[in-house]
Design a protein around this ligand. Structure first.
Ligand code: ADP
Ligand code: SF4
Length: 695
């Protein structure tokens, strides 16, 4: 199909300094937890985005010197020539598909503790590092500043050698970058020509921009990534100051990459903001420079993207998350297939890769991070040698993904779902207002399956073992999911809590299907991710008096990694949700819960009208178990395999469920992958592969 005429503007080339991008799709720098540690994994992932049509594909942060050692996070490094092969690997993959390659050079200043290099951290002024481990950063003297400029200059020269087209000077994301620390009064308390007035605080940024330009001449474009607002008023970067900065540096960079800080405001979770949420902050930039401007906004709608350009907000559509969820987004728009875009749901599972230091995963895109190590391509999947029948029991995320991937392989697929609609846990969770956007997970799969002639979907079709045997599919996937426990067993309580008033207990599923308890409702969170706070928000917004209790030191602790944490804390406080940390439950009796301090055991009675435990889930396994006990009957019915997947195999995140469904379909009739089902990079020895590259 042809490109929709209203989207053609997205495919117009644009000059960025000495380079020209073939279209307006710009993958801004984003971390991925792969970096220098898993370079082939990283390079293949970037290359696939270039293949999917992104005109520009950038690296993640790339440290210029061991005084900016991001360990334990896994990002890029360009400390000396020995780092070049990793970069050349990526640049070559990106260039193979006609995209420009960009590199985001960084010094992280006082935001890092240099766990690997053990060199004292650097800062504009002496200050504690941000890692909360009792280390401080040393205030930089003039010699340090000269050295820093040299490191940036040398890294820029190496970037050019590696083949990069665009070299970033990076002053954004709040505390994360030293150049931004110099810009901000709360970090820069210097009294010399690098501190005080805005002109002085801007001096180092200007020098590094000029040095970079001077180093690479007109061989590479120089981009400036700048956060125009920290959303904290005059205490931080704010509009008036940002206007001065953009006005002053206007024509110095070849490209302005603008956003808001900190990272949690930039990669705003869908729970706290819609597509295009940054427009009101960044739209002034284009009026102060003639250079192209790129910005992000979790853009997945081509109409919105085209509107950004036609309305003069941006010249280039920046994307990190939408390019992760669907590396082929540009190609789909080009081919008039926007309805097939796997839209990012804004859950930020991807950002956890950086914080937890593992190769990034994506809830929507199960192939993310598996491109090199398992050879999974987001749009291509091996055709099966047969068109055998596959029966998927359960239409939650794992079942839907298994059905879709199996149908794409050419199997004859039947999916049976017990309830009135497809979606499984997604249906329930997205009934909670905070999680509405996550419905894209099941909507996308249901829609794509509806286009398949070799897939049939049935709702209101609860199957038992007899029926499954009778249907006689060659392969049966049991994707029957899991249910929340109501006995409080979890991480803290290893055994059920004594309950003498069971009528007080309400399950999370009850709330998700519309139950609205009255009076004072206690939510007990021993899950620590998004659900308990989403339930609290849902109930409190409906005017219910909510008390959130957790044995942990903080509410929703894991959401630090998904950048939701601070937003959640703010939202719960705005909704007057009471919160009690460090407490388990001693028992529940008529109208009372006995809270127990996790350290002293001290007991506090609390009056409640209902209690919702969010602790752990039990797999809905009986169907699978019964089929396993009846294995002797399979052959008579033509059944070759019965496999449990997703939450039925093990309850976990939505990302795990979708990955599990996808893996199931990939592995059907495939050779046994053995004990280690993926390739590793133990052999990535830069000195040995160096001759493979031209530099
Ligand atoms: P997952 O996350 O693994 O996909 P979910 O809990 O989201 O798991 O979805 C499981 C789905 O399976 C639910 O929609 C549930 O209604 C359905 N289901 C459970 N048992 C049966 C059954 N016997 N037959 C058909 N569908 C079932
Ligand atoms: Fe989007 Fe979630 Fe995937 Fe990140 S993990 S790209 S937020 S769908």
């Amino acid at each position: 199909m042809a490109t929709d005429p209203s989207h053609r503007i997205l495919f117009e080339p644009l000059r960025i300094g000495p380079k020209t991008t073939k279209n307006r799709f710009y993958q801004v720098p984003h971390c991925n937890g792969m970096g220098h540690r898993w370079p082939r994994t990283m390079a293949e992932m970037r290359g696939i985005k270039a293949e999917g049509g992104w005109g520009v594909v950038c690296t993640e942060e790339c440290s210029v010197h061991p005084t900016s050692d991001l360990t334990p996070a896994t990002l890029m490094r360009l400390w000396d020539d020995s780092d070049l092969p990793v970069h050349e690997l990526m640049v070559n993959k990106v260039h193979e598909h006609g995209a420009l390659a960009g590199i985001q050079l960084v010094h992280n200043g006082q935001s890092v503790s240099n766990y690997f290099s053990r060199i004292p951290s650097l800062a504009p002024s002496p200050a504690p590092t941000e890692t909360g481990n009792s280390t401080q950063a040393r205030g930089m003297d003039k010699q340090d500043i000269r050295e820093l400029r040299r490191w940036f200059r040398e890294a820029a020269l190496r970037s050019r050698r590696a083949g990069y087209d665009i070299i970033y000077v990076y002053a954004a994301h709040g505390i994360m970058t030293l150049l931004y620390q110099f810009l901000l009064q709360r970090f820069n308390q210097r009294t010399d020509e690098y501190g005080g007035s805005l002109e002085n605080r801007l001096r180092l940024v200007r020098e590094v921009l000029e040095d970079t330009r001077d180093a690479v001449g007109h061989d590479c474009a120089v981009a400036f990534r700048f956060a125009v607002d920290e959303l904290m008023g005059p205490e931080g970067m704010h509009k008036a100051e940002a206007e001065d900065i953009v006005g002053t540096l206007a024509e110095l960079p070849d490209l302005w990459d603008v956003n808001v800080a900190d990272w949690g405001n930039d990669s705003l979770p869908s729970r706290f903001g819609a597509e295009g949420a940054q427009e009101k902050y960044v739209q002034f930039v284009k009026s102060l420079t003639t250079k192209p401007v790129v910005g992000v906004g979790r853009f997945t709608s081509p109409d919105t993207m085209a509107g950004q350009i036609t309305r003069g907000v941006l010249d280039l559509i920046g994307a990190a998350r939408p390019s992760i969820a669907d590396p082929f987004l540009p190609q789909k728009i080009k081919e008039g297939r926007s309805d097939e875009i796997r839209e990012c749901i804004g859950c930020n599972m991807c950002t956890s890769g950086d914080y937890v230091a593992y190769p990034m995963r994506c809830t929507q895109n199960p192939t993310m991070g598996e491109e090199w190590r398992r050879g999974w391509h987001p749009e291509r999947i091996a055709r099966a040698a047969t068109s055998d029948s596959v029966l998927v029991v359960g239409g939650g995320p794992s079942g839907l993904e298994a059905a879709l991937a199996a149908a794409n392989r050419g199997y004859d697929v039947t999916l049976a779902e017990a309830s009135h609609a497809l979606g499984g846990r997604v249906l329930g969770e997205t009934a909670l207002a905070p999680l509405r956007q996550w419905k894209r997970l099941s909507d996308h799969r249901e829609y794509m399956l509806s286009k398949q002639t070799n897939a049939r979907l049935f709702t209101q079709s609860r199957l038992d073992a007899d029926q499954i045997l009778e249907m006689g599919a060659a392969h049966v996937a049991i994707a029957t999911g899991a249910v929340w426990r109501t006995d409080f067993t979890g991480i803290h309580h290893r055994f059920p809590v004594p309950v003498s008033a069971p009528e007080l207990i309400i399950s999370p599923e009850d709330i998700m299907s519309g139950t609205m308890p009255g009076g004072r409702v206690m939510i007990f969170d021993d899950d620590h991710y998004y659900l308990a706070s989403s339930l609290a928000e849902h109930l409190a917004a409906a005017g219910i008096d909510v008390l959130l209790v957790t044995p942990a030191a903080e509410v929703a602790g894991w959401t630090h990694f998904t950048l939701e944490y601070e937003h959640i804390q703010t939202r719960l406080r705005e909704l007057d949700v009471d919160m009690v940390c460090h407490h388990g439950i001693g028992g529940i009796s008529n109208g009372h819960v006995r809270l127990e301090c996790v350290y002293t055991g001290a007991s506090t009675p609390v009056e409640v009208d209902a209690v919702i435990p969010v602790t752990a889930r039990n797999s809905r396994a009986p169907l699978f178990d019964e089929l396993m006990t009846r294995q002797a009957e399979w052959a008579d019915h033509g059944i070759r395999t019965v496999t449990r997947i997703g939450d039925c195999l093990v309850p976990g995140t939505l990302a795990m469920a979708i990955h599990s469904g996808h893996e199931y379909a990939r592995n059907l009739d495939a050779p046994d992958p053995g004990d280690i089902p993926f390739r590793r990079e133990n052999d990535f020895d830069t000195s040995r592969i160096w001759p493979e590259f031209t530099s």
